[in-house]
Structures are given as C-alpha cells and as structure tokens.
Design a protein around this ligand. Structure first.
Ligand code: SF4
Ligand code: SF4
Length: 638
C-alpha cells in the first residue's frame, strides 16, 4: 500500500519537475547563441566544483551564508541520494539492506545539516536583516514558502524517527500521517524546483560552467554584423536567459550597485528577475496587457516587446556606471552589466539616445573629449606649463608614449596633477613623449555607453597615430584609457602610470624623503581594481610614503563603491536622489581620514564634488596618489 502511494506521489512529482525543466529548456533556447563558452571543459568543471559545489566564491563574499548554503546543499544531496536508494529498495528490498543503519544515520545528519543551514539563513534574513534584503522584488512569492517547506519536511522527518523509536508502529495512525507529510513535502520540493528560485540548484552550476573567459576589461563583442544590440527579448543570448534562472535573488548585486544605492530605477537583481519573467512571452503564452493565458486577446509577439520598459526603464539603462561591482559580487557569475551594455547598444542603434548622452558622444566625435572643448586646446596645458613636456615630434626617439587622456588635458583640477607627474618623469629621466593636439579620446567610455561604431573609429584613428610615430609602449594616467589600451586595442605594451612610479620607488630612483603625517584612505577606481585587478600597487606606494597612516573604507578592493563617473555618467546630471560620489565621500569621511587618495582623474572630479556637496571639505581633502608622491619627493608646495 505504502509503496503504491509513494510511487504515485513520486511519478506526479517527477512529471511536474521534468515538465518545468522542459519549459525552461525551451525558454533558454529562444536566446541567441552568443560567445562560445565551452572551451577548456576541465577548467570549467573545476569552477563548478569550487564555486558550485564547495561554494568558495559565495564563502569569500559572505562567510556565514557560504556556510549556511554549504550545509543546506550537502544535506539536500544526501537526502536525494537516500530517496533514490529508498525508491529502489521498494522494488528490490534486499539490495541495500546491509546499509540501512548507515542510511538512517546519514538521513539524521542531513536533517541536522539542513536545519542548521536554514537556521543560519533565517537568523540572517529575519534578525540580522543585511542591507542586501532592503529592496524586495515585488513578484517574489516563494522566499517564505520554500523555507517553510524545508523546515516542516525536516521537522516531520525527526518526529517520525523519534515516534518509531519510542512507540509501537501499529498503535496509532500518527506515524503514517507523519510519513505522508514528510514524503509529500520532500517530493513537493522536488516538483517546485523549476518553478521557484530553487531552480538555481540546477541553473547555477550550468551558469558557472558557462562563465565567460574574457578578461574583465574586455566588453562583449557585438554578435555579428547585423546585430544591433539587445532591443527585444529575442536579442538576449541563451546565457543571459540561463543566468536569469540561476539568479537566486540574494541581493548582493543590488546592495553594491551605486545606481540602486542612489535611488535610481536601476537594480541589477530586478533586471535578472524581470528577464526571467519573459518566459511566458518567449514561449508564446502571454497575452496582451499582461493578461493571463486563456484570455481572448492576441498572444504577444516577442518581437513587439521592447526590453526597455519591460526589464529596465530608460533611466536605469543610462544610470549604470559600468563599475562591474554587480558581476564581481554575484556568486553565480551573472553578467548583469553586460546585458545593460547590450541594451545601450540597442538604444543607440534605435536612435533613442537621451540628449545628454548624445551630447557626450557628439563632443567626443567632434572634439575628442567629453566636454566639447575645442580639440586644438588639448595641448594648452603643456604650453602653459613651466616644465618641459616633450611632444613626439620633439623627441622622436621616445621609448614611452604618455597617453595623457582627456581629463588630465582639459580639467582644471587634473591638469596640475599632470604637470607634477611631468616633473617626476623628467627627474626620473624617463624617455617619454606626448601626442599633444594629435591625441584623441581612447574610446573606453564611448564603448561602455554602447556606441560601438564610434569606438571603432576612435580606435582606428589612435592606432594610425601610434603607427605614424612608431609607438610600441605606452603608459596612461587614467585607468579608463589604461583599460581599453591594455585589453581592447592589442599590440602594445601598456602600463598604468603608478606601475612606473612604483618601479622607480622600489629601485630607489625615486626617493620619498618628506613625510606626510596624515591619515589617508584610498578609493579603488573601478577600471583599475575590478577591471584590472590592481588593488595592492597604489596601496604599496602610499605605504612607502613616510608618515602616512593608511586606513581602509568599509567597502574596499573588490567591494569598492564606485564614484559614479563611469559609463558616460561623468558629464551627466545623475538621476538618483543621492549621488554615488556623495555617498562615497561620506564613507571616506567616516574613517576620519584627512586625505582621500584617488588614482583616476574621473574619481578626482566626482569625489571632490562629493566632498564639497557634503560639506566635508574642512575634514577631508581629495588628492591623487601622484600628488602625494610628488609632495614626498619635493616637499610641500606653499
Ligand atoms: S555595473 Fe555598477 S552601476 Fe551598473 S548595474 Fe552593475 S553595480 Fe550597478
Ligand atoms: S544576479 Fe547574482 S548577485 Fe544579483 S541577486 Fe542574482 S544571484 Fe544574487
């Protein structure tokens, strides 16, 4: 009798489960093929073991949740194995008889592991309440039911075990009721997997297996010549659709996102959840006006649906600072930022560019800088400088091209930094030259805004200029230029300026003799840190300056909070109620540091602005690491 009930329940559960999986499979296959993601399968498998089974990536981001998930995951695995053995044992009773004591012990251990894992998760969610849970996705209905199913299943399992231990099995119907409830809940859990966030149990390992091999600094290449970015759901890749199923709504990306923290409509977690909700549309099950299946209205054609307004609104698409923090924090390698990048490409291709973004692009196209300053003014900072700064024509035998960049050429706060650097370079006898008026925009942020065509033009122009002067090695003073030259141009030896200064300090050529007796905190620029992994080097330079006490902000290195300038936002009026630079200025001041050190001209502009806006300028000063090195080498300028 029990066997029959059990098999019926099992068949129902597995049928519902596999039907759901089949629907998800069809959903994923509606996407475009995208870049190849199956090369080096052994290495990929290692990542699945490390981050999918041992949960190392999650543990490194939040140790207590890493532990909670580890206990839970392995508890569930043990139970599933036991269910399999149990199912076979009904048909062949003697096959596993000798192992029953072990199986019983393993079930108890699994129950304890699951309850412990759930207890940690529940305390975290309902008592500690980390900020990542602050914004809830409105269509998320399954958080509490999923938790309740597990707690009840484990509870009934324990009660059943204790009852059987202390009572006569046939004396009452209670053990049978407990058995039924326990089994129904576990099989119900299996059936629910494809329809709830539990699907990440299956989708996340596949998402981890298909992680991109591109370096963080390289954007996705457009998918062929006809590809015009992500405009409708059919322009998303299979991996993007899969990633929406792997997202477990943990909130880590929304918690670190500067746009979400600033109160804009951008939320990378909502983006992924909204993509997941496209399933009905893509499978032809959704009717017009959001009405449900079965109504009289026409089935919505996916080609008629625009991603903008469906998964993100327009404000959100442009609010992304391309800081990469969402991707860095995601335990399962979702590529939220790259999807936004494709949506930007789509908007640009459709001619739906907002006026301020259009101005930014036109300024760069015409004048080769984001502010639209005349391009003939690019070398004025050199002409007005008392320090000799050789141009390529004056020093044709140069070893290094110094690519100065737009901000150090045009921005009043950054020009003095460039002049100080020139003096340092001259005294170090580095054989360099600059392009002066012939320097263009590197195109890093143009590409991140989604204007691929203009990026290609800028890259070609720059490479022609480099060829004209025989450039083989170059160093950049902006992490944005550094990123694109190093990762996207190819064919040159590229350094960031701090690497050159650090080498000079290490070799003793640059003597840091004047102490700076100040408390300093360092803000990691996104394009240096998350994009290129350069976290230690600026800190090593600061530590080498006598007198400096280096203190860290609560969010540093991989978790650094963006200043808000990237992705074209440097010259835009940022839409949020609170701006990322103001938030970061407050965070820096909270360390009681007297100096906020930066290593990017965009961060300099944004954070100085933030410090002033927050009226913190009498407490904390924003200085470039180059300025601190200069002060330690030559003494403080009066
Ligand atoms: S890249 Fe930065 S700003 Fe853009 S969605 Fe991710 S965290 Fe938010
Ligand atoms: S996209 Fe990644 S980090 Fe964001 S909520 Fe989903 S799983 Fe968490």
């Amino acid at each position: 009798m029990f066997e029959v009930i059990y098999y019926v329940m099992l068949v129902v559960s597995l049928s519902v489960f596999f039907y759901g999986l089949w629907q998800k499979w069809k959903f994923i296959n509606m996407g475009l093929k995208g870049e190849a993601r199956t090369s080096k399968p052994l290495e990929r498998l290692w990542f699945v073991v490390r981050d999918g089974l041992l949960l190392v990536r999650l543990y490194l981001r939040e140790s207590k949740m890493g532990l909670s998930h580890f206990l839970f995951l392995w508890g569930v695995v043990v139970i599933l194995v036991n269910i399999l053995i149990f199912t076979i044992s009904f048909a062949i009773p003697d096959l596993f008889r000798a192992t029953y004591p072990w199986l019983k012990a393993s079930m108890t251990a699994a129950g304890v592991m699951i309850l412990l894992g759930l207890a940690i998760a529940a305390v975290n969610r309902y008592v500690i309440k980390p900020s990542r849970f602050a914004k809830k996705f409105e269509f998320a209905w399954d958080d509490n039911p999923v938790l309740a199913i597990f707690i009840l299943a484990a509870l009934f399992g324990f009660l059943l075990k204790e009852f059987v231990r202390f009572s006569e099995l046939n004396s009452t119907a209670l053990p049978y009721v407990l058995w039924f409830l326990h089994t129904a809940l576990i099989l119900g859990f299996i059936a629910l997997i494809p329809y709830t966030k539990l699907l990440h149990i299956i989708a996340a390992p596949i998402n981890i297996f298909t992680r991109s091999e591109r370096k963080p600094g390289v954007m996705r290449e457009p998918l062929g010549e006809d590809y015009t970015g992500a405009i409708t759901p059919l322009d998303l890749t299979r991996r993007d659709l899969l990633a929406s199923l792997a997202c477990m709504r943990c909130g880590r990306c929304q918690d670190i996102c500067p746009a979400a923290n600033s109160g804009t409509t951008l939320n990378p977690m909502f983006l992924m959840q909204n993509i997941r909700r496209l399933e009905k549309v893509l499978l032809g099950k959704s009717k017009g006006n959001g009405s449900e299946e079965g109504s009289e209205q026409e089935v919505q054609n996916p080609e008629d649906i625009l991603l903008v307004e469906t998964v993100l609104d327009e404000e959100a698409v442009w609010a992304c600072t391309t800081c990469r923090a969402c991707m860095e924090m995601c335990p399962v390698y979702v590529e939220q930022m790259e999807i936004i990048g494709e949506m930007r490409r789509g908007l640009i291709e459709s001619g739906e560019t907002p006026p301020d973004v259009r101005d930014f692009l036109q300024n760069i196209q015409k004048q080769k800088n984001p502010w639209g300053e005349g391009k003939f003014k690019r070398d004025q900072w050199i002409k007005k400088s008392e320090i000799e700064i050789p141009a390529v024509k004056e020093n044709p035998e140069f070893e290094w091209l110094w690519f100065v960049g737009c901000a150090h050429s045009f921005d009043n706060r950054n020009i003095p930094v460039a002049r100080k650097l020139a003096r340092l370079l001259n005294d170090l006898e580095i054989n360099y030259a600059v392009l002066g008026r012939e320097e263009g925009c590197c195109g890093n942020d143009v590409r991140r805004v989604g204007e691929e065509g203009l990026f290609q033009v800028l890259m070609e122009e720059n490479m022609q200029t480099f060829e004209k002067y025989g450039v083989e090695r170059l160093f950049a003073t902006s992490p944005h230029c550094y990123n694109t030259f190093k990762n996207e141009y190819g064919g040159y030896e590229v350094k960031f300026i701090l690497e050159i200064l650090y080498d000079a300090i290490k070799s003793g050529k640059l003597e840091l003799k004047y102490p700076i007796n100040k408390r300093v905190t360092f803000h990691d620029p996104c394009y240096l840190g998350r994009y290129n992994g350069m976290y230690d080097l600026p800190r090593e330079i600061l530590k080498a300056i006598p007198g400096i006490e280096l203190v860290e902000m609560p969010r540093n290195r991989e978790r650094s909070f963006c200043c808000g300038a990237g992705g074209g936002n440097l010259v835009r009026e940022y839409p949020g109620e609170d701006r990322p630079n103001n938030i970061r200025a407050r965070e820096a001041a909270s360390t009681n540091a007297e100096i906020l050190a930066v290593a990017c001209p965009f961060c300099m502009i944004m954070l100085e602005d933030g410090v002033k806006a927050e009226k913190l300028d009498d407490r904390i000063q924003v200085l470039d690491v180059i300025e601190l090195v200069y002060e330690s080498v030559y003494g403080k300028e009066e």
